[in-house]
Design a protein around this ligand. Structure first.
Ligand code: HEC
Ligand code: HEC
Length: 310
């Protein structure tokens, strides 16, 4: 008995001395990123995480028109889905972040989001009994701004979806008519919403800037090029049925409203500035065509969200 106790103590002491008393569980970079994405440790008062505004059950978007940061402080834009971001960029509605890793640090520091200076965030991780060893084992380094961004990016790169009715060739007759309209010259939706995730990764002005009520200048704020006035990043449309409200300012609650908007933008915004040339003429869609387009958009919902979308 005594011998075992002695042996146990020696093993214990050895582990403590070599620093193995709490061996870090082996995680991948993406798994570490996931842990951080859901952890309020990255916000000033430890109350909100990335997932407070990018909520898994809403395809990692928000249900509010404008997201709320620490202490309920409103921001100025609608939170987009962070699913299907792999291979895309630049990020944000105005494209101010070139990569996911660079983007990830911005909400942490943003006063209307998590409001925590990056060096403080890094300091918290360096002194954290779980995170510090995890970073050391994964990156062979202490936590830093760079590897924090990398971990969050690695996680978001795993959030790909590819099992919608559209992917599985299971479009209803109406959704199929909607698909044809979507890619047709009549609507020109596909001019901008193209590629596997229905975005051209470009900035376009669909008429939501008039300098009076709609004052977000979008891409112009970054480039200061007058041609970019009122341009926003074309959002991808996968899972769009569960990511409402819509547009950079969350001004439309439903996909029906979005399609009504495209049908005749001037009904909503009489004097848009710098409107894209493809949208100058009202589409004059019938009610059935509008329904078909909406049904096509709903058919881009991944199976995991299907119950929610109906
Ligand atoms: C308070 C709400 C809030 C929090 C917290 C938040 N975000 Fe966001 N996120 C937003 C909003 C709003 C935007 C759009 C802002 C803009 O374009 O100016 C956005 C944009 C993004 C984008 C760009 C997506 C695209 O397609 O351009 C990514 C990626 C993202 N957030 C990841 C994160 C990560 C990672 C965290 C945690 C470190 C985080 N967000 C925390 C609200 C939030
Ligand atoms: C000229 C390019 C262009 C065309 C054509 C276009 N879109 Fe868009 N779409 C955009 C841009 C840019 C936004 C974001 C605008 C903003 O927030 O100010 C957007 C936003 C959307 C949204 C909201 C997505 C979200 O997450 O908020 C939906 C849905 C949508 N478009 C569907 C369509 C449909 C359906 C058509 C065809 C009837 C169409 N789009 C035609 C560029 C375009």
């Amino acid at each position: 008995m005594k011998k075992w106790w002695l042996l146990g103590s020696i093993v214990c002491i050895c582990f403590t001395v070599i620093g193995f008393n709490a061996p870090a569980p082996i995680l991948t970079k993406a798994q570490l990123g996931k842990k951080l994405f859901f952890d309020p440790i990255l916000s000033e008062n430890q109350t909100i995480s990335c997932a407070s505004c990018h909520i898994p059950q809403y395809a990692f978007a928000d249900t509010l028109a404008i997201s709320l940061g620490v202490n309920g402080t409103p921001g100025s834009r609608n939170a987009p889905s962070v699913m299907n971001v792999k291979g895309h960029g630049p990020f944000f509605w105005d494209g101010r972040a070139a990569s996911l890793a660079v983007q990830a640090l911005m909400p942490i520091e943003n006063p209307v989001e998590m409001n925590l200076p990056i060096d403080q965030a890094v300091q918290r991780l360096k002194t954290h009994k779980v995170y510090a060893p995890l970073f050391r084992s994964i990156f062979k380094q202490m936590p830093s701004a760079q590897n924090l961004g990398e971990a969050l990016a690695a996680y978001q790169n795993t959030l790909e979806t590819d099992a919608s009715a559209f992917d599985l060739d299971q479009l209803s007759a109406s959704a199929e008519r909607g698909r044809r309209l979507f890619v047709s010259n009549k609507t020109k939706c596909f001019d901008c919403h193209n590629g596997p995730d229905f975005t051209n990764d470009d900035f376009k002005n669909i008429g939501l800037y008039d300098g009076i009520k709609l004052t977000d200048k979008g891409r112009f704020s970054i480039t200061k090029d007058s041609q970019d006035l009122g341009k926003f990043k074309t959002p991808g449309l996968r899972n769009v049925a569960v990511t409402g409200p819509y547009m950079h300012n969350g001004m439309f609650k439903t996909l029906e409203e979005v399609v009504d908007y495209y049908n005749n933008p001037y009904q909503f915004v009489p004097k848009p500035i710098n409107l894209d040339s493809t949208l100058l003429e009202p589409l004059q869609l019938t009610n059935q065509q509008k329904k078909d387009l909406v049904n096509f958009l709903k058919a881009l919902t991944d199976q995991q969200y299907l119950k929610k979308a109906q």
